[in-house]
Write a protein that binds this ligand. Structure first.
Ligand code: FES
Length: 105
């Protein structure tokens, strides 16, 4: 039962969610109605509506960035070194404890 915390930057609201059974962290957020994560393209890396900042990362996690993800992150609002596309972060056993901040779209 890996728990992932999404903090919505705009309101400070925290969503502590069980990621079990979801393919990616984008799916966890969308299926639990986390504001400002829309996942419009379904994970094809063409919309940027799943942009998050990684605030705390468990040891051994995360999947490395592909060149396509890096390209997409160049066009999201206010990218930083902590930026990731949640659709490119698969759920696995080591995801527990991950904290993500959700910027405005
Ligand atoms: S869901 Fe579209 S880029 Fe992640």
């Amino acid at each position: 039962m890996p728990e992932v915390t999404f903090t919505v930057e705009e309101t400070g609201t925290e969503f502590v969610l069980d990621a079990t059974g979801h393919a990616t962290l984008m799916h966890v957020a969308v299926e639990n109605d986390v504001p400002n994560i829309e996942g419009e393209c379904g994970g094809d890396m063409s919309c940027g509506t799943c942009h998050v900042y990684v605030e705390r990362m468990p040891v051994g996690y995360l999947a490395p960035q592909s060149s396509d993800e890096i390209d997409m992150l160049e066009v999201v609002n206010e990218p930083t070194d902590a930026s990731r596309l949640a659709c490119q972060l698969p759920v696995n056993e080591s995801v527990g404890g991950l904290r993500l901040r959700v910027p405005k779209l």
